[in-house]
Write a protein that binds this ligand. Sequence first.
Ligand code: ADP
Length: 483
Amino acid sequence: MTISFKKRPARSLRSKLLGVFIIYGLSLLALLWAMQMGLAQQYYEHSMQKKCERSMSSISTLYSRSESLSYDVFSERLGKLAADNDIYFVVEAKDGSFSFSSTDTNSFGRLNFNSDRLINDARIMLRASAKDTINYTRPDVSGRDIMVYASFVESDYRAPVFIYALSFLEPIGPAVNIMRSQLLVVSIAVFVLAVIIAFVTSARMAKPMTDMSNEAKKLGDGDFDVDFKGADYNEINELASALNDSAAKLKSSDALQKDLMANVSHDIRTPLTMIKSYAEMIRDLSGDNKEKREEHLGVIIEETDRLAVLVGDILELSKVQSGADEFKTEIFDLKKAAEEIWQTYKIVETEGFDIRFEAPEEAVPVRGDEGRIKQVISNLVSNAVKYSEDRKEIRIYFERHGEKIRLCVEDKGIGIEDDQLEKIWDRYQRASKKSRRSKEGSGLGLSICSEILKRHKADYGVYSTPGKGSTFWFEMFTEKTLD
Ligand code: ADP
């Protein structure tokens, strides 16, 4: 297996993060400056306008809506509103019968300007206007801008009135200048702080990545004892745990691979040694002795067969595992398939086996690759034969489990120890060390079965009692009918 690492990109994550942080900080400052330089005056005027509008509307409502409100109370409220908002109000009856202004209430005396002329102008403009409310801004004699609102208000309860509101628009230039110099100091401080924070944060964020990349390089060099450490972020933690899992799997697969190699070479060497020794024996000793020669040639043939089975199984397993051949997904009769296997094994009855086949009356339609499933059944029956000792009873039977059908192969043989039950499905695992060599197969049969069943998404398993026997099973979904 080769693990390749891409070259580091031209820009590291850290410098990229740093750049992003700095650009973000600079954009914020630019926005602040734009607000200060260009928009402060407009913003101030807009908020003053809103303030005047709100005040006008509350005075109109106060005047026109409430029957019980006395002029004294109204005038008092007017004064308070004027004081609170720094606005000069004048309320005068349309017919000129009364008039009062916010300074009359003694609560507002700060506006010291020629209001009469401004009110006069507003009165003329409002009367000339088709609208009930007008507003405009104009400089007073001292050159300061004054915002003027004039409104005509009718009421069910009292005389119609004109309401005027005058408010200074203070020049905000000097204030803006002070704020600007403050902003300069703040900007420098914020920028320096942003760079420091960006530096520290980007270093912290990039560190686990750098550590992980170093660990991954070790993994690539074949060191499986690596530890990918997480960080304070979920994404990094998830990556670290995924890499740790992969490293663990690589480690166990590497161990398995080495194990497999050791087993394969051992199992190939044994028959090869036998073949060589018996061939030498024929050459040196039994060449002229027909009986001995045939006996020795028999051993050579047997060992050659064993080698052929082993090599065949290794090839078969790698074929099934790699997914190189397509599995068929046809509907076939599992009962018929199992029966055919049973027929081929009936021959063992000559060795004293009682091999029984118990199936439902009707067909058992399932979907999959019939040839492969037959291979599984054959393997299970062959093992049942191989691992039966004196009680040579084998039973192939079916159990219905809801929508699934379970096929079981039961024997009364040597059984399997509990701690071996899981392992026997692994490559090269043999539960019984006791069994005679002639009984042994390649040790790959169940791994091939397990791969085939996994590819059929079929559940499978075994229950076994040492000394009493085992039942191997697998189950598949049943289809409604055969095609
Ligand atoms: P083998 O070629 O050794 O039979 P398998 O993969 O078919 O390889 O089986 C793996 C191991 O599982 C066997 O070596 C044996 O120890 C155990 N085993 C399989 N089938 C049975 C059985 N019916 N009874 C007892 N042990 C079994």
